[in-house]
Design a protein around this ligand. Structure first.
Ligand code: DC
Length: 227
């Protein structure tokens, strides 16, 4: 039996950080599905493949290997065995990833991979459509939100920590553009599942969000199952 926590929300809502901290605290395997879409995007950029070139994308999807590995409590992302953890967060990928994630071939492939990596494990999976499409029967569903301005502010700080240069204006523009594409695409758009618990983190510290999410999960008996 596996236990699934789905965390959905827009770009920069804090899903990544919250998912990692909650996963570490409760012993859940942390799966960042955005990183998978970012890997496909990076591979397309490297091979100069455009979103209209379906056959080339299908071939690429058959060939690429995406792995999420935890090393010393830090999540690393490998594309064909190469560590691309930093490169997938750069602007070139940021600006193209939402468009790539509207493609049916890409979503179909990654949907399978997401279900596969969670098989038989207790997981906390973050993305845009986890509670609506990937695991509609997830044990816990959370929709994490914050204003676009706050999300852009956080993105700039995060980038600074990672040594990636970006301005607030750039980050805000990127957040708004991605919100629009992610919520309006025809397949599995970003939307709050009816049974998801809504958390607005705009005025919350990360530690408060983590406590709140852990409380919700523990109330669903996860901790008791573990003991
Ligand atoms: O969470 P993130 O910013 O790393 O996600 C990058 C992009 O991937 C995001 O703009 C939309 C797409 N995505 C998606 O369509 N479905 C998911 N489950 C996760 C991400």
């Amino acid at each position: 039996m596996s236990f699934v926590v789905a965390i959905d929300g827009p770009a920069g809502s804090g899903k990544g950080t919250v998912t990692e901290l909650v996963g570490n605290r409760l012993g859940l395997v942390n799966i960042d599905t955005g990183a998978m879409f970012r890997c496909v995007t990076l591979a397309m950029l490297r091979q100069n493949i455009e979103t209209s070139e379906t056959e080339k994308i299908e071939k690429l999807l058959e060939e690429i290997k995406i792995e999420l590995v935890k090393e010393n409590q830090v999540q690393k992302v490998f594309l064909n065995s190469e560590d691309v953890s930093k490169e997938i967060r750069e602007n070139a990928v940021n600006n193209f990833v939402s468009e790539v994630s509207t493609l049916k071939v890409v979503r179909d492939k990654l949907l399978k991979l997401q279900r596969q990596v969670a098989e038989g494990k207790d997981v906390i999976m973050e993305g845009r459509d986890i509670g609506t499409a990937v695991f509609p029967n997830a044990d816990v569903k959370i929709y994490l939100d914050a204003t676009p301005e706050e999300r852009a502010r956080r993105r700039v700080l995060q980038n600074q920590e990672k040594g990636i240069a970006s301005t607030y204006e750039e980050a805000l523009e990127n957040v708004k553009t991605r919100d629009k594409i992610d919520s309006s695409r025809s397949i599995a758009p970003l939307t709050r599942a009816e049974d998801a618990i809504y958390i607005d983190s705009t005025n919350m510290e990360i530690s408060e969000v983590v406590d709140e999410v852990c409380k919700i999960i523990e109330e669903k008996d996860y901790a008791k199952n573990e003991i």
